[in-house]
Design a protein around this ligand. Structure first.
Ligand code: UT7
Length: 342
């Protein structure tokens, strides 16, 4: 109860809690050995430089579109949360590889789930799409404009990879993860989220065409649209610098020391980035969840997939402090601390 100029105002505080997690991976596994016949690379180089052993590549023939993967991940998250699709008042999808330029993947997922009672839209923030989307939902819940929301992180980077570029095609892959977020008066859930963007560095990772396209008649046959370009080693250093700094901000904001973090769920871009971050933050690797060896870098999907696997494997207990870290095209990056409540 709060007193304002003689009036008693009942002030309800809303906290955003993750109530269910889900993920969906394409069936087809592409092993490092398979890539040896596509580009000049080796299993040894890929494992040593990135930690990746295999990844999943989607096929629309197997109903593995961006919408299909998102819908499957969402259905699992809804089941775990015990929430019906009708109860969702907000669906936010972080992706850069929507099935269509419009409508958004969120609208397609809304139809697939038959979730009629909410708003649905996508967020584009490179690999950071999931955490940016989660932050939108967290803000809506804290303001009281949403009570039950779905956040999806999904990408099918296989659709924008240049399969002749060994610097990227061995790293990137497809997948989807989702969480149901519910409003609660109980403390905990998403404690804080810290996001940053530096548009001056967009050229370190981008798709070479996209909306700013030149009509076919002017561009000639040689031009291949939508190919991803990445300055790997510059991004590598930036990721470590930016994520170390923003994670320290997140810890300080919550008056937590790094040994009070029970599990780190980082963006899975490179095992060496993850190890360097753990080292900088003085967090042992057994408190860091990694699945990059089996899925590679699935962009917006890495964090919700890892969160779902950690949750289903029993790595998360009620009351645990969980540190999420994201980094991607934009450049975009961020960190969030959760007090786990499932
Ligand atoms: O998800 C969002 C953002 N993405 C990232 O954060 C990715 C960050 N970057 C990375 O993960 C790493 O920089 C890479 C895995 C991309 C590359 O690892 P690196 O240790 O930084 O290698 P490099 O780019 O410095 O290349 C070293 C050598 C080069 O050969 P030379 O010039 O030394 O002869 C590359 O041409 O490795 C070569 N190389 C490869 N060799 C075999 C690059 N890709 C490959 C490959 N197989 N696939």
């Amino acid at each position: 109860m709060k007193q304002i100029k003689g009036l008693k105002v009942t002030e309800m505080i809303h906290h955003a809690h993750i109530a269910g997690t889900g993920s969906s991976m394409p069936e087809r596994i592409l092993y490092n050995k398979d890539l040896e016949s596509i580009v000049d690379t080796s299993d040894e180089w890929i494992v040593r430089r990135s930690g990746i052993r295999e990844r999943r590549i989607s096929s629309t023939e197997r109903d593995e579109s961006t919408t299909d993967l998102s819908t499957r991940a969402s259905t699992k998250a809804l089941e775990m949360a015990g929430v019906s699709a009708e109860e969702l008042d907000m669906i936010v999808v972080g992706t850069v590889t929507s099935d269509r330029q419009f409508p958004s993947t969120a609208c397609m997922v809304q139809e697939a789930l038959d979730a009629r009672n909410g708003v649905a839209f996508d967020v584009s923030a490179g690999c950071s799409g999931f955490l940016y989307a989660l932050n939108v939902v967290n803000n809506a819940i804290q303001c009281g404009t949403s009570r039950t929301a779905l956040v999806v992180g999904v990408d099918r980077l296989s659709s924008v990879i240049n399969w002749q570029d060994r610097g990227t095609c061995v790293l990137l892959a497809d997948g989807a993860g989702a969480v149901v977020v519910s409003s609660s008066p109980n403390e905990g859930g998403i404690l804080s989220t810290h996001l940053k963007t530096d548009g001056r560095l967009w050229k370190l990772l981008y798709s070479s065409d996209g909306n700013a396209y030149t009509p076919d008649i002017l561009q000639g046959l040689a031009k291949i649209p939508f190919h991803l370009k990445m300055s790997g080693s510059r991004l590598f250093k930036k990721a470590i610098e930016c994520l170390s700094s923003i994670s320290r901000d997140a810890l300080k904001h919550n008056s937590l020391s790094s040994d009070e973090i029970d599990l780190v769920v980082p963006h899975q871009a490179n095992i060496r980035i993850i190890q360097a971050l753990a080292n900088n933050l003085h967090i042992p690797m057994d408190k860091v969840y990694t699945n990059i060896h089996k899925y590679g870098n699935t962009s917006s999907a890495t964090i919700p997939i890892a969160l779902d696997e950690a949750n289903r494997e029993g790595r998360l207990n009620k009351g645990d402090h969980v540190l999420l870290m994201t980094f991607g095209a934009g450049l975009t990056w961020g960190a969030s601390i959760l007090k786990w409540s499932i």
